[in-house]
Design a protein around this ligand. Structure first.
Ligand code: HEC
Length: 125
């Protein structure tokens, strides 16, 4: 009898997993990071600006601790209001200071998208 109950519980749990409406392979909802929502965000993650700037742009990427200059906090309105889009774009294209690398191979549109994304991090939606 005990075995019968255990057997049907196992069967039930197996069927439970294949029930429609449960999460499927196409459901990415439980990835640790949400999928990028804009081309700027996609670039930011894809070119790995995140290693220094962090996923939220707050300057806590895993390399940040060892850098001679800390990355600015893109999530701070006070910090970001002091910077123009042109300044941000120039830093991306030409690099800045000792640490921020230049990305001369990005197109103008890609730089614009990155600036727009970085800017959005300090603005509450
Ligand atoms: C190796 C670490 C590193 C990487 C990779 C990196 N950054 Fe930076 N970034 C920095 C640091 C450090 C600063 C601060 C530079 C300074 O003020 O001297 C900075 C500054 C900036 C600034 C602000 C410039 C300003 O006017 O204050 C922008 C915008 C920026 N980074 C965007 C990016 C983008 C976009 C990428 C990816 C394409 C990227 N960074 C990749 C380290 C990095």
């Amino acid at each position: 009898m005990k075995q019968y109950i255990a057997g049907s519980l196992i069967l039930l749990s197996l069927f439970g997993c294949t029930m429609p409406g449960k999460s499927t392979v196409k459901d990415y909802g439980n990835l640790p990071e949400a999928l990028p929502q804009s081309s700027g965000e996609l670039l930011f993650v894809d070119i790995q600006c995140t290693v220094c700037h962090g996923y939220q742009g707050s300057g806590n990427g895993f390399l940040a601790e060892g850098l001679a200059t800390p990355p600015p906090d893109f999530s701070s309105t006070a910090v970001m209001n002091a910077k123009s889009d042109a300044e941000l774009g120039q830093a991306i294209r030409q690099g800045k200071g000792q640490v921020m690398p230049a990305y001369p191979r990005l197109t103008g549109q890609q730089v614009t998208n990155l600036v727009r994304y970085i800017r959005s991090l300090s603005q509450t939606p």
